[in-house]
Unconditional design. Structure first.
Lengths: 99, 334
C-alpha cells in the first residue's frame, strides 16, 4: 500500500493538480525551519512507534494464541434469553443459558 | 443562497468542534489525571473507562478540520500555517496517547513508560489546543488573503494561559467522567479532585474573560457596547450558576449531574467565544462569507454531510448505550 502512495505522489511531480497547478506554487506560507523540524519529528516519531509496534507484534506472534477462556455469564445478559426464546417460540427454561 | 450557506457550514463545523471538545475532553482529561492516580491498577481502570469511546471521540476533530478545509478553504489556508507548530506537535502527542492505549497492556517493564506516554501525550495535546484557541482570539496577521505572520506568533503569555485553562478544563471533564463511570475508591477520590478543578477552571475562565476585553478592543466593543450588553449580561452569571450547580452535585453524591454541568460550563465558554468572534472565522479580518468556498462546493458537501451526520450520531449514541453503566472492577478490553 505504501508503495502505491509513493508511486502516486512522486509520479505526479512537478504537478500537484496535473497540468493545472505546480507543487512549487502550492506551498503554504510556513517557515522552512518549521517544515524541517516537523519533518524530522515525524520521521522520528513514526520510526520509534512503528519499530516498537513491530517488536510487540512479533513478540505476540512468537507467543502464539492463548487457550480460549470461557468467561462467566455477565449478570445483565440473561434477561435477553427468555425474550429471544419467546420470539422463537421456545419456552424459557428454568436454568439460564450459558454464555 | 450565497449568504446563508456559509452560516449553515459554520454551524456544522462549530458543532463538530464543540462535540470534539466535550468528547475528547474527557478522555484527554483521563490522561491528564493519570499522574494523580494512586496505583497502576487504578490507572488501568481509568483507561478501561474510556477504552470503548476514545477512538470515535477523536474523529470529531477530523470532521472539524476537514470541514474547515472543504467549506472555508481560505480560512484553512491561513489558520493552519499560522498555528503550524502547535498543531503538528498536538498530532504527534495524540500519536503517543493513542498507541499508549494498546501498548500499555503488552509488557510489564515497559508499562510505566507507556503510562508516561499516555499522560504526557494527553496533557501536551490539550495544551497545544489551548495555544491555538488563545492564538485565534488574539487574531492572525493576514495580507492579501494569505498568512503573513511569523512561525511563533502564537507563542504569547495569553495563549499559554488559555492552554493551561484548557488542560484544567479537560481534567475536570475527566474527573466528572470518573464520577459517572466508575465506582469504589476511584469514584470517591474523583469527587474532591473535581471540586478542586472546578475552582481552577472557574479561575481560568475569569482570567481569560477579563483579559480578553482589556487586551482586544474589538472584543470589548462587542460585549460592552449598547445594546449588546443588554443581551449578553446573563452569560457570566449563567456560568457562575452552572459552576455552583456542578459543585453541589459533586458534594451531594450525584452521579451524572457533575459531568453534565461541566459540559454546560464548556458550552457557555464556547458561547462566549462565539459572541466575541462571530462572524469572523479568521479574527480579526476574515468573515465566514469572505472565506467561503464556492456555493456549488457547499451544496455538494452538504448533501453528503446530511446523510453521514445522522449515521455518525446514531452509532455514537449506540456505542454509549451498549457500554452504559458503571465500569466494574476487572472489566475492560484486555
Amino acid at each position: 500500500m505504501i508503495c502505491g502512495w509513493i508511486v502516486t505522489e512522486t509520479g505526479r511531480q512537478p504537478w500537484v493538480a496535473y497540468g493545472v497547478f505546480r507543487t512549487a506554487d502550492a506551498v503554504s506560507p510556513v517557515a522552512a525551519g518549521s517544515m524541517m523540524t516537523t519533518l524530522v519529528l515525524f520521521v522520528l516519531v513514526y520510526g520509534v512507534v512503528g519499530s516498537i509496534g513491530l517488536y510487540y507484534i512479533n513478540r505476540l506472534i512468537a507467543r502464539g494464541p492463548r487457550a480460549a477462556v470461557i468467561e462467566p455469564a455477565i449478570t445483565r445478559a440473561p434477561t435477553l434469553a427468555p425474550q429471544a426464546g419467546a420470539l422463537a417460540g421456545i419456552k424459557p427454561s428454568s436454568t439460564p443459558m450459558s454464555e | 443562497m450565497e449568504s446563508y450557506l456559509p452560516v449553515i457550514w459554520a454551524a456544522i463545523i462549530g458543532c463538530a468542534v464543540a462535540m470534539y471538545v466535550i468528547l475528547d475532553g474527557f478522555d484527554l482529561g483521563i490522561g491528564i489525571l493519570f499522574p494523580f492516580a494512586e496505583s497502576e491498577h487504578e490507572r488501568d481502570q481509568m483507561m478501561n473507562s474510556v477504552a470503548p469511546f476514545w477512538d470515535g471521540n477523536e474523529t470529531w476533530l477530523v470532521l472539524g478540520g476537514a470541514g474547515l478545509m472543504v467549506a472555508f478553504p481560505l480560512a484553512y489556508s491561513i489558520i493552519l500555517p499560522a498555528f503550524y507548530l502547535p498543531i503538528i506537535i498536538m498530532l504527534l502527542a495524540l500519536v503517543f496517547r493513542g498507541v499508549a492505549f494498546e501498548f500499555r497492556w503488552l509488557g510489564v517493564s515497559s508499562k510505566p513508560h507507556w503510562t508516561f506516554a499516555f499522560a504526557a501525550g494527553s496533557t501536551l495535546a490539550a495544551f497545544c489546543q489551548g495555544l491555538v484557541l488563545g492564538g485565534l482570539i488574539e487574531g492572525i496577521k493576514v495580507e492579501n488573503g494569505a498568512f503573513a505572520g511569523g512561525a511563533f506568533d502564537w507563542a504569547t503569555p495569553f495563549a499559554a494561559v488559555c492552554g493551561l485553562g484548557l488542560v484544567s478544563g479537560y481534567a475536570l471533564l475527566g474527573a466528572t467522567w470518573l464520577i459517572l463511570k466508575t465506582e469504589g475508591k476511584i469514584a470517591d477520590r474523583a469527587r474532591p479532585t473535581a471540586k478542586a478543578l472546578l475552582v481552577v477552571v472557574l479561575a481560568f475562565m475569569a482570567i481569560v474573560s477579563l483579559w480578553t476585553p482589556l487586551a482586544f478592543d474589538r472584543i470589548a466593543a462587542r460585549w460592552f457596547s449598547l445594546p449588546n450588553i443588554l443581551f449578553l449580561w446573563w452569560v457570566p452569571l449563567a456560568t457562575a450558576l452552572v459552576a455552583f450547580v456542578a459543585w453541589r452535585a459533586v458534594e451531594r453524591g450525584r452521579e451524572a449531574l457533575p459531568f453534565l454541568a461541566t459540559i454546560a460550563l464548556f458550552l457557555l465558554g464556547y458561547l462566549g467565544l462565539l459572541i466575541s468572534n462571530f462572524p469572523y472565522i479568521v479574527p480579526p479580518s476574515l468573515t465566514i462569507w469572505q472565506a467561503a468556498a464556492a456555493p456549488a462546493t457547499h451544496v455538494f458537501m452538504l448533501m453528503g454531510t446530511l446523510v453521514m451526520l445522522p449515521i455518525i450520531f446514531g452509532y455514537t449514541i449506540f456505542v454509549y448505550w451498549i457500554f452504559s453503566g458503571k465500569l466494574r472492577e476487572g472489566e475492560g478490553y484486555h
